[in-house]
Design a protein around this ligand. Structure first.
Ligand code: NAP
Length: 464
């Protein structure tokens, strides 16, 4: 049993017998960092290098030999050399026969070569057992020990025994192996470190686009309109008032966009009468980034909450309050308490607080550490049922905030509706469509389709 801090995972017997010597080809950044980590975890390390006599900066306790000599010392060789230099291995075909060669290499571009580096290595060393691993871990993270963000090590190989031995080493150095199957997966694994937030790109573009549009809309209908029609400068609103309109509007739109593709998918399935037909690519991409859309929406809701909290300490708000009090004193007049207004403000604030609470809950349950602790049904309950509840609460918050302003012609500046109405369009569409979809007769058909029922097979039976 390997007694390694967080992991108490039994090592395979083959590996336990020979775990004490590891060979690393290449004394560059990655080879050195891996060597240091291995030495710290109790392995003996032999480096194979072109210049075995003049290598500097190597960890204490490691030995350096020529490639052929080093390879003879261990059954596992880590190849910490760039793919472009693999040709030197042709001279080592004999000595590497039957040995496990771990390819850690990455490329500079996605799909740079027609075959993966690991598959290319099997062509050079056909009698070695090639395993792809460690390429997603950086040399810096290995050496500094800051492995929290990259503890997962993707592993693939055609030889299952060799793969499991490498997985044992991964556990022994405190990382978590992720078995990705055969070497066919190597290309995908090699592309992982080259991807920059692939799932976040679309949500961020949507969010940035909406933010810019809504911001310009608010500037036009607030600042520019007042400057033109009243010759009054209220540009100070750009700092807090306008962002505090933009954030909730965009947040609510994004939250609705999280649930809109699910509604579209249900309508498409109803129309086609099957679940076995592929959704259009745009819908697939949209469905895949719903979690990221939701998290961006949550961050905007968070900003809205913070911006709202500072309202009482703003000079503008304090000035407005004191002016109104002074005006009442001067006129010897008290503005009456309007019960309806009290109800309205209390209601939209209450809905906002509750909406934000469920929003937050949704965000927390989408974190892997939390979602891993619930089963699929629980996860769906939270993300779907509580998600719709959040959408209802936040839409109610915006509706009551706006109240009947949309009926007031003076609010339509240059014939443009008040900004808050923008935020209500998509959520109202989603909620109305969802309401139709959950009516018993429609819901029954959708459930049948999702359980495998097909319209075409029913029609075929009827024509027989
Ligand atoms: P590096 O610092 O440039 O080191 C590469 C080593 O390869 C050299 O130190 C040299 O070692 C050896 N080498 C260079 N030319 C050679 C040749 N013509 N023939 C044989 N060996 C040669 O590169 P690295 O950053 O350590 O990266 C090594 C591999 O690890 C790459 O495939 C890289 O994609 C992968 N990787 C790196 C990182 C990282 O963070 N750096 C992370 C994941 C994966 P000797 O002088 O001792 O022969």
């Amino acid at each position: 049993m390997e007694k390694d801090g967080s992991n108490l995972i039994p090592l395979s017997s083959d590996f336990t017998e020979r775990r004490d010597r590891i060979c690393i080809f290449g004394t560059g950044d990655f080879g050195r960092s891996l060597g240091i980590k291995m030495l710290q975890r109790g392995f003996s390390v032999t480096f194979g290098s072109r210049n075995s006599s003049s290598v500097s900066l190597l960890p204490e306790g490691a030995e350096v030999l020529s490639h052929a000599e080093a390879a003879q010392k261990s059954s596992i060789i880590f190849l910490a050399v760039h793919r472009e230099h693999y040709s030197f291995l042709t001279e080592l075909i004999e000595v590497l026969e039957g040995k496990i060669v771990v390819d850690v290499s990455n490329n500079l571009k996605i799909n740079q070569y027609s075959e993966s580096n690991a598959e290319y290595l099997t062509q050079i060393l056909p009698r070695a057992k090639v395993v792809k691993a460690f390429n997603t871990v950086s040399a810096w993270a290995l050496q500094s020990g800051t492995l929290d963000a990259s503890r997962q090590v993707f592993v693939c190989a055609n030889d299952s025994k060799a793969k499991h031995m490498v997985m044992d080493i991964i556990r022994a150095v405190g990382l978590i192996p992720q078995d990705q199957g055969s070497l066919l997966a190597a290309k995908e694994i090699e592309n992982y470190p080259l991807q920059l937030f692939p799932m976040w790109r679309l949500p961020i573009y949507i969010c940035a686009g909406l933010t810019i549009l809504v911001f310009l809309y608010c500037i036009l209908t607030d600042v520019v309109y007042t400057a033109v029609t009243e010759v009054k400068d209220i540009s100070f609103r750009i700092a807090i008032s306008i962002p505090n309109k933009v954030f909730p509007i965009v947040s609510l739109m994004l939250l609705a966009l999280v649930y809109l593709p699910g509604v579209f998918a249900a309508i498409i399935q109803l129309y086609l009468g099957t679940k076995y037909s592929r959704f259009p690519d745009w819908l697939d991409r949209w469905m895949l980034c719903r979690k990221q859309l939701g998290l961006v929406a949550l961050s905007y809701a968070f900003l809205h909450a913070i911006y709202t909290l500072v309202i009482p300490i703003r000079y503008y708000a304090r000035h407005r309050t004191s002016s109104s009090i002074i005006a009442q004193i001067k006129n010897n007049d008290t503005s009456p308490f309007v019960n309806m207004s009290a109800w309205r403000t209390d209601s939209y604030i209450a809905l906002g607080i509750l909406g934000f609470f469920f929003y937050f809950l949704l965000g927390i349950t989408s974190l892997p550490s939390v979602s891993n602790t619930v089963n699929w049904r629980e996860f769906r309950f939270v993300q779907s049922k509580l998600g719709y509840l959040t959408l209802v609460l936040c839409t109610g918050h915006a509706l009551i905030f706006g109240w009947n302003k949309f009926l007031n012609v003076s609010r339509y500046r240059w014939y443009l509706p008040p900004a808050y109405t923008l935020s209500l369009v998509v959520p109202c569409i989603v909620l109305v469509l969802k309401l139709i979809l959950i009516t018993p007769c429609v819901d029954k058909r959708i459930t049948q389709i999702r359980q495998g029922w097909e319209k075409s097979s029913k029609m075929a039976k009827e024509t027989l």
